[in-house]
Ligand binder design. Structure first.
Ligand code: FES
Length: 113
């Protein structure tokens, strides 16, 4: 099964992690299923930017982002050329990924509390 290597994130995954993930599973779902509580304010429906990840390896093996995802990503904190919304990023059949969870997200709902 392909793997996602999650780089260490101070709060969500201090040690980093290696996840076995079935092809076609979204990266966000895989993280959540493995108790890495990435924010997902819109419940994986491509309507926020809180599930933003940076794909450090394997980016070219992914299905390209739709326009909707690209538009949202433009608003994400710390955007990089290999940024994706993890709920819209499906695990490829035969490639591993290395992902980094950015330090911050833009979560307007949370900021208002
Ligand atoms: S959880 Fe909102 S876009 Fe992914």
């Amino acid at each position: 099964m392909p793997q996602i290597v999650v780089l260490p994130h101070v709060e969500l995954c201090p040690e980093g992690a290696v996840l076995e993930v079935a092809p076609g599973t979204s990266v966000c779902r895989a993280l959540l299923d493995n108790h890495i509580e990435i924010e997902h304010a819109c419940e994986l429906s491509c309507a926020c930017t809180t599930c933003h990840v940076i794909v450090r390896e394997g980016f070219e093996s992914l299905t390209p982002a739709e326009d909707e995802e690209e538009d949202l990503l433009d608003k994400a904190w710390g955007l990089e050329p290999t940024s994706r919304l993890s709920c819209q990023t499906l695990m490829p059949d035969d490639a591993d990924l290395v992902v980094e969870i950015p330090k911050y997200t833009i979560n307007h709902a949370k900021e208002n509390h």
